[in-house]
Design a binder for this molecule. Structure first.
Ligand code: TIU
Length: 226
């Protein structure tokens, strides 16, 4: 039987989505990045720029689950003993408080702390793999590629935060590993509007150098959940 294919309106050209071979990958929707009073806001960032992505992600995740498709989540963070934290990452920024130090929601970007966990609105359901990643890209030093490969996944719908950092790095890593990546622009966010715009332009430039950009209602429609 021919596998089902749905065409999603996208830039730079329509994306041929194969639901059985496509995973939803939600990047780092963690309390410390998104919630007022978290690490992101402590650094002076405007979390409202990220919070506008919560509702579109919630709707897309609900539709993805209703269609019975594969979803994965990631969290950026480190072991409590910080043995997987590169010294360069620890000291970058010259902040008073850096990764591993006490923060407003527990130790900053340390696994098991309140701020490290995923926001309630998008909390992983039982059976949905969560990748704990020490880097910006979700493939670096994780088993993400094996899990996707073992499930026969060759396409990714990538959402989450931040557009120019962990989303962009992950899309580039995925592209180099042979995945087709589709990014719904309303489901990714940056603290900086100019980086949001350029982060998306970089993905779809030059004929889709790293992937495609779309909007989440078009993805929901393509999987028959509109
Ligand atoms: N998840 C993610 O993007 N981590 C970051 O550190 N992002 C910033 O924009 N700083």
């Amino acid at each position: 039987m021919q596998a089902k294919i749905s065409t999603v309106p996208a830039e730079p050209y329509p994306f041929e989505l194969r639901p059985d071979a496509c995973a939803l990958l939600i990047i780092d929707m963690q309390r410390d990045f998104l919630e007022p009073g978290g690490f992101g806001e402590m650094l002076g960032n405007d979390v409202s720029q990220l919070r506008r992505t919560i509702e579109p992600n919630r709707r897309l995740l609900a539709a993805w689950r209703a269609a019975g498709l594969f979803v994965m989540h990631t969290r950026e963070g480190h072991r409590p003993d910080l043995s997987d934290l590169p010294p360069a990452k620890k000291i970058r920024g010259r902040g008073n408080r850096t990764i591993g130090d006490p923060g407003p929601m527990g130790r900053i970007l340390v696994r098991g702390e309140i701020g490290h966990d995923i926001i309630a609105e998008l909390y992983p359901a039982a059976g949905e793999p969560v990748i704990d990643k020490p880097g910006k890209g979700a493939f670096h030093a994780t088993d993400l590629h094996s899990i996707l490969h073992n499930r026969g996944i060759s396409q990714l719908v990538v959402t989450g935060v931040t557009t120019e950092v962990c989303v962009n790095t992950t899309v580039r890593e995925a592209n180099d590993r042979g995945y087709d990546c589709l990014v719904p622009e309303d489901c990714v966010g940056s603290y900086f509007p100019e980086f949001q715009e350029m982060g998306l332009k970089m993905i779809k430039a030059q004929g889709g150098i790293f992937g495609w950009v779309t909007r989440s209602p078009d993805v929901v429609a393509a999987i028959g959940q509109a």
